[in-house]
Design a protein around this ligand. Sequence first.
Ligand code: RFL
Ligand code: PHB
Length: 398
Amino acid sequence: MPVKTQVGIIGAGPAGLMLSHLLYLQGIESVILESRSREEIEGTIRAGVLEQGTVDLLNEMGVGERMMREGHFHKGFEFRFNRQGHRIDVHELTGGKYITVYAQHEVIKDLVAARLQAGGTILFNVGDVSLHDVDTSTPKIRYRPDKDGELQEIVCDYIGGCDGFHGPSRPMIPQANRTEYQKVYPHGWLGILVKAPSSVSELVYANHERGFALLSTRSPEVQRFYLQVNPKDDIKEWSDDRIWSELHARLETRDGFQLLEGPIFQKSIVSMRSFVCDPMQYGRLFLAGDSAHIVPPTGAKGLNLAAADVKVLAEGLKSFYATGDSEMLNRYTEICLRRVWLAERFSYRMTNMLHRNPEHTPFEHQIQLAELDYITSSRAASMSIAENYVGLPMGFGS
Ligand code: RFL
Ligand code: PHB
């Protein structure tokens, strides 16, 4: 007998877990299929910054208790260029909003615990996940439990494709029915975790002629730093000494900024791209999060966009199950993509403003600095940066 559920969800990232829990709170049943183990998803180091709307949503869902206790709530951040810091007072400029620094894998741990405590089903370590009949009223997901077991089938009313950029969901939208927009940047980010006290009280985004650098945090004892590198670099080319010397050079200020060092216990390089798939829906398959769109991490928007997508999707499904009305589900792409494009614009702008572009002429470099000068000295321009950084309202575009 095939198993049945209302919503089959592929992927236990922030999008899949949040969708499943939002549906549960509305009395809608779901099953999550995840190809990795619980330990792996709870140990993957990724995002750090949550928008006010994401924090509010996690609290409304009842999974924000540890985040409110252990997260860091910043009122501003700094742009550093020409060896000087310029603070953006986000709290004042947005009428009292905060930037929350709380690691993605901690959000994942909180969501997994909440799903399991509520009796939810998350099938970890599944293999060969495939989607079938997505353009009918009974879409199906096939998979192998524990990677190599017998093929199983789940019959669903709807499928949430929350399986990230490389997952099997997006290719189910026939090529003729989708347009993909993409930009690949000539930049990579080398991210490190360091056991050291914080050198700053807020995030620092630095534009330097040697390349971009970012100071973020994880806890009073652990810091998260990033350096712009060539995306093709091998991590072995980046010794700890080389990393420290670049960080010191790129973050130096005229008034003698001191960067506190400590043991580096994790390092990796990621490449950067912008990507949008239009539409985000085909038949009864709905893409959410990175499966539908990617932003470069400079704007700190990826996880936040995933949260905004699943909020719209859960509301659409709620209204469908309550009244049979699929009007909101039919508008899913239109509602989500407006917000997605605004976040794409912001992330693209932040990326271009802060990174050293090997293709830039000296003229373009001066324009970059003028842009930074403008956004840190004009109140109107600072307000626009602050509004976007802290996140446009969740309902924006609906
Ligand atoms: P995820 O997190 O990639 O989760 C997808 C899940 O699907 C599973 N999967 C499959 N499961 C079953 N069968 C298959 N065939 C499957 N294929 C894949 C995967 O194992 C995985 O568990 O996507 P989701 O849920 O859409 O979440 C998106 C976010 O993870 C991502 O946008 C953010 O990490 C981006 N990001 C940031 N976002 C922010 O909002 N704020 C930040 O400060 C921020 N910083 C960052 C970031 C991403 C970074 N990297 C590493 C790209 C900083 C960095 C360095
Ligand atoms: C992080 O803390 O990982 C982080 C912070 C700001 C970003 C991206 C990532 O823009």
